[in-house]
Write a protein that binds this ligand. Structure first.
Ligand code: NAD
Length: 353
């Protein structure tokens, strides 16, 4: 990692990007330029809570649809490494407003690749050899699995929502910029992340907040859809392992090996809340089944053997530990939840607490 003295991160005001920047500020001496359009889910308070944010983290409001702004940022900052996380990321929003996913995830990635290629091609040989473009993607690009099946790096792309199709397209673009132009890339496809600072529209924080409010906890369909849950710190450590050890052009699948149905996730949360903040009736009584999401994928699960074998990465959190940490964090940070929801105009969760 020492060679990456200047790191440009896209989407660093989001959930995973924020966790990655916090880790890099604490564990490296790199200077970070965070470019983000500062959309509804963006927030810098986690990054600003670190001691190094003032000196080694800069942020610029840039929408990746504006290529000139990216060119200018690269020219001025001169990064050795680009980590691309910026994306519209919520499947439900991709169903109601697919265009913003095409803009950010496809056009945004294309612009970033073209700017990066132009920048990289004009570097001197030494800097050119160090430079790396790391693309963060999702297991959703592989489609939906049958019971007991797993995705791996050889799985066929078969995206089925506007979100996953736009991310699949971004993966194809990144890979093709490597094969056609030689851009030094690595791609990681990870499973569902959870942990502190996740915007309260996603399943785990949404369930925690609904339960605390005594509101119905909505579960799509019969709740049997399965996801492989990865604690965000474990994901960040996997990204750092790949930055340090992966060969150019490689792809790694990253999963927590904690496959749970949505109903199980809600029940786990309710059980922990019964312990942490007991009420007269168990929280699970609030679980309420709602009309299924259109085209809802049944199962995602990842075999992480490649990254475990080649890069010696292992998740350190099991679901129970990660969830306890997460619930504790939300209980202590209800004010943060209120603020981000107010700033974004999001009204999906009432926070009367
Ligand atoms: P997030 O929605 O919390 O953050 C994404 C950030 O990207 C936001 O701050 C947003 O403003 C920014 N962004 C979006 N479009 C942009 C644009 N056009 N220009 C500049 N900035 C833009 O998402 P997250 O959960 O942190 O996800 C980060 C990445 O990880 C995404 O690429 C996502 O596809 C991928 N991923 C997420 C998960 C998960 O469970 N959260 C799982 C697998 C992969």
């Amino acid at each position: 990692m020492e060679e990456f003295k200047k790191i440009l991160i896209t989407g660093g005001a989001g959930f995973i990007g924020g966790a990655l920047i916090r880790n890099l500020l604490i564990n490296t001496e790199s200077v970070i330029l965070n470019i983000d359009k500062f959309g509804y889910a963006s927030d810098l308070s986690g990054i600003n809570s670190t001691n190094y944010a003032q000196t080694r983290h800069k942020h610029l409001k840039i929408n990746l649809v504006n290529k000139n702004d990216i060119d200018q940022a690269l020219k001025t900052f001169q990064p050795n490494l680009i980590i691309h996380l910026a994306a519209e990321s919520h499947v439900d929003r991709s169903i109601s407003n697919p265009l913003s996913f095409i803009d950010s995830n496809i056009l945004g990635t294309f612009n970033l690749l073209e700017s990066s290629r132009n920048y990289w091609e004009n570097l001197n040989l030494e800097k050119k050899n160090i430079f790396r473009f790391h693309h963060v993607s999702t297991d959703e690009v592989f489609g939906s699995l049958k019971k007991n099946d797993f995705f791996n790096e050889k799985s066929r792309y078969s995206p089925r929502s506007p979100y996953s199709a736009s991310k699949a397209c971004s993966d194809h673009l990144v890979r093709s910029w490597h094969h056609t132009y030689g851009l030094p890339i690595v791609i990681t496809n990870c499973s569902n992340n959870y942990g502190p600072y996740q915007f309260p529209e996603k399943l785990i924080p949404l369930t925690i907040l609904k339960a605390l409010n005594g509101d119905a906890i909505p579960i799509y369909g019969d709740g049997s859809n399965e996801r492989d849950w990865l604690y965000v710190e474990d994901h960040v450590n996997a990204i750092i392992k790949t930055l340090t050890f992966a060969n150019i052009g490689e792809t790694y699948c990253i999963g927590g090996n904690e496959i749970k149905s949505n109903l199980e996730v809600a029940e786990y949360i309710c059980k922990i809340l019964d312990e942490f903040v007991p009420k007269e009736t168990p929280y699970k009584n609030l679980i309420s089944f709602v009309k299924d999401r259109p085209g809802h994928d049944q199962r995602y699960a990842i075999k992480s053997s490649k990254i475990k074998g080649e890069l010696k990465w292992e998740p350190t959190y099991n679901f129970e530990n990660g969830l306890r940490e997460t619930i504790n964090w939300y209980l202590k940070n209800l004010k943060w939840c209120k603020t981000v929801m107010k700033n974004s105009g999001y009204k999906g969760t009432r926070l009367g607490i």
